[in-house]
Design a protein around this ligand. Structure first.
Ligand SMILES: [Zn+2]
Length: 249
């Protein structure tokens, strides 16, 4: 029974390790979200620059087209004879020149905007680099924590084997069955004032006596947990406390 209690305690610690192992990677997903956010920020800044570049090229090719158009009008000017046609062409040329002026102004604005956007991109790049470094180091801490948790569990699992060998096949399978039934709780529990501390059921005096004698391992008739008497256990106080705290939880 002593060994079984030790096994139960060890299994509780192994479970705690497993829970930590499952919990730790979840912290990392928070950083994945942050990373994605930073990348999106950078993409957005780069997109602004690309858009400006594209717009400038559009403006330049439109200016080019309009200049060609003016050349065409100039040639037509040489050919026309009538004054009103001549005036109309001059008017067209004036109009196209104005359109060119608008595009040229826009290009100047684009250049200023591009300078601003480039400066901001550089700034953001630096800041994002810093933030990413921060995230990386925090992830490294988490990885180390996880590795430590795994190591701890492996140490505990190594301690488990000799205990399992000592408990014996029949008792071990009873223990395993109970553990799969009471997923969160303790399955080896002390009798306290003739009561099963697993389910608070009063045990028959005969059973209490037999449990106290320690010759035979009894299960609680109501909840099925394995019973022991604190007086029979070397380190009963600790075991009892642990059992109690597990049941509360
Ligand atoms: Zn019970």
């Amino acid at each position: 029974m002593n060994t079984l209690l030790k096994l139960q305690r060890l299994d509780a610690r192994i479970n705690a390790c497993r829970e930590r192992e499952a919990e730790i990677p979840k912290q990392k997903s928070r950083f994945d979200i942050q990373r994605a956010r930073l990348k999106a920020e950078l993409d957005e800044r780069e997109q602004v620059l690309q858009d400006l570049e594209l717009e400038q090229r559009d403006c330049e090719s439109e200016i080019e087209l309009r200049r060609l158009q003016i050349d065409k009008y100039q040639q037509q000017l040489n050919a026309v004879r009538k004054n009103d046609e001549y005036q109309a062409l001059l008017h067209e040329i004036d109009l196209v020149n104005k359109q060119i002026g608008v595009k040229e102004e826009r290009i100047l604005t684009i250049m200023i905007e591009t300078d601003d956007a480039t400066a901001r991109l550089e700034e953001d790049r630096k800041r994002i680099q810093e933030e990413t470094k921060e995230i990386d180091s925090e992830c490294a801490v988490i990885d180390a924590e996880l590795a430590e948790a795994v190591k701890q569990r492996e140490i505990l699992e190594a301690q488990r084997t000799p205990l399992v060998d000592k408990v014996g096949q029949e008792l071990l399978s009873r223990y395993k069955r109970l553990r799969s039934r009471f997923l969160t709780g303790t399955v080896v529990v002390p009798l306290r004032d003739d009561v099963c501390t697993g389910c608070n059921m009063h045990m028959r005096p005969q059973i209490v006596i037999e449990v106290l004698q320690g010759d035979k391992i009894h299960s609680c008739q109501q909840c099925g947990r394995l019973l022991y008497h604190p007086e029979n256990i070397e380190d009963a106080p600790e075991g009892t406390e642990e059992a109690a705290s597990h049941l509360e939880a």
